[in-house]
Design a protein around this ligand. Structure first.
Ligand code: HEM
Length: 411
């Protein structure tokens, strides 16, 4: 634990997710919160209540008395959006993350068939090819940064699913990163508007791709399926369809990257576990679950808002009050995961909630798991001599503990 973080524990403790010590190793903080303030009042962050115990976090994910719609927050700022971003605001309000119960279920149903484990499995060959190509391009020397392989992977996978033209993928990644990083609830408003400055151009580009696909539908294509659902009338409105595509690009671009980086970092720091995996590659699936438990990349969790005045886990909440299910902290709760700071690829992972739970359970979980199996599994197999070179370099991110470089040597 860094002395910087240790000193701040105690009655004056204030959660600071920007603190570099927290970004590198937040687990002492999580432990302190679970043991001393399991319903922590995060005053600096909209007077939210942060829950860190596994049983509370899980219960919160399943509790229908909370909404994910940020517009129901008691301090929601409806009026401060400039007119040039009105279209983007409308898309945000109609995305999976924001829709209310019945609309959420209707929209999610239309897209979930493309994200089942079986559908993901059909992409195995294509994803493996993408991993192999990225390794061939970026891992030619004796030393390289693993981020050069992990960063392009997820945007390529989601772009393959939506059949986004090759020449637009770089732009689409920028677009996806801006959507995630300009989080309304976690960025300050100036930062947010500066990140989304190019949004009108990105939205024109997205509409252009959709119009071209409408004119030329493709076989086995997620975008064509969504366009057909929209043209079918009541099933999916145009704004919901565009918002869904935008949401998939965003969630597909800036999550699995961090999961892969942290998984490799963890494995390389635990050579005996890495050896176990090498000796029996069929352990990859459980290894990935344990990597996600041991060092989940999210800084906190996706907020919810009390739909009415209510009591949860013994805490009285106001209507519209923000609550945060802190999934990474819950995954280190020793009531559920004994010796949580021991990394063990043979651990029972049946109680994991790394991908959430309940109605907002991660839509992309099966795809993300497969991407991680393939990229981590291939790197481990191809480079038996791989070692960390120094420590990772981090970059600012409102939601995630994001690495910019993760240097390794392979000779
Ligand atoms: C290791 C990588 C990933 C992790 C750990 C992860 C985790 C999560 C979690 C915890 C939630 C629930 C949020 C909540 O409770 O409100 C979520 C939602 C979601 N995820 Fe993921 N995710 C990952 C990758 C992906 C990928 C690759 C995609 C898309 C291809 C994706 C698409 C989504 C979508 C659309 C939702 C919203 C679902 C809804 O509200 O109904 N995720 N994810």
């Amino acid at each position: 634990m860094s002395p910087q973080t240790q000193r701040s524990f105690g009655p004056d403790f204030a959660l600071d997710v920007e603190d570099p010590a927290y970004v590198k190793n937040p687990y002492p903080t999580y432990r302190w919160l679970r043991e001393n303030a399991p319903a922590y009042n995060w005053r600096a962050h909209g007077d939210a209540v942060v829950f860190t115990r596994h049983k509370d976090v899980k219960a919160l994910l399943f509790d229908r008395r909370f909404s994910n719609d940020y517009r129901t927050w008691e301090f929601a700022r409806e009026s401060s959006w400039p007119p040039e971003h009105a279209e983007y605001k409308e898309l945000m309000d109609n995305g999976l993350f924001g829709l209310s119960d019945a609309d959420h279920i209707r929209v999610r149903k239309l897209v979930s068939v493309a994200f089942t484990p079986r559908a993901a499995e059909r992409m195995r060959g294509e994803i493996q090819q993408t991993v192999d190509d990225l390794i061939a391009t970026h891992a030619s020397g004796n030393r390289f940064s693993l981020t050069s392989i992990t960063e392009p992977l997820p945007i390529n996978v989601i772009s393959d699913m939506l059949k986004i033209p090759e020449d637009l993928r770089g732009e689409f990644r920028e677009f996806g990163l801006a959507v995630i990083r300009s989080s309304i609830l976690f960025s300050n408003i100036e930062q947010m508007f500066s990140l989304i400055a190019p949004m009108p151009r990105w939205l024109r580009m997205l509409r252009g791709v959709i119009e071209a696909r409408r004119a030329n539908p493709l076989e086995n294509d997620l975008l064509t399926t969504l366009i057909n659902a929209q043209e079918g009338g009541s099933k999916l409105s145009e704004v919901e369809m565009i918002s869904l595509v935008q949401g998939l690009i965003a969630a597909g671009s800036d999550t699995t990257v961090h999961a892969a980086n942290w998984a490799m970092y963890t494995l390389l720091r635990h050579p005996e576990q890495l050896e176990k995996l090498r000796a029996d590659p069929s352990r990859i699936r459980n290894t990935i679950e344990e990597c996600l438990r041991y060092d989940l990349f999210g800084k906190t969790g996706v907020p919810r808002f009390a739909k009415e005045e209510l009591e949860f886990a013994g805490v009285k909440l106001r209507k519209g009050q923000m609550v945060i299910p802190h999934i990474p902290a819950a995954l280190h709760d020793d009531e559920v995961f004994p010796e949580p700071e021991r990394f063990d690829i043979g651990r029972d992972m049946s109680q994991t909630i790394a991908f959430g739970g309940g109605q907002h359970f991660c839509l992309g979980a099966a795809v993300a798991r497969l991407e991680l199996d393939l990229v981590v599994g291939t790197l481990v197999r191809r480079f038996p001599q791989m070692k960390l070179v120094g420590e990772p370099e981090f970059e600012p991110h409102p939601l995630m503990r994001a690495m910019k470089r993760l240097e390794v040597s392979v000779d």
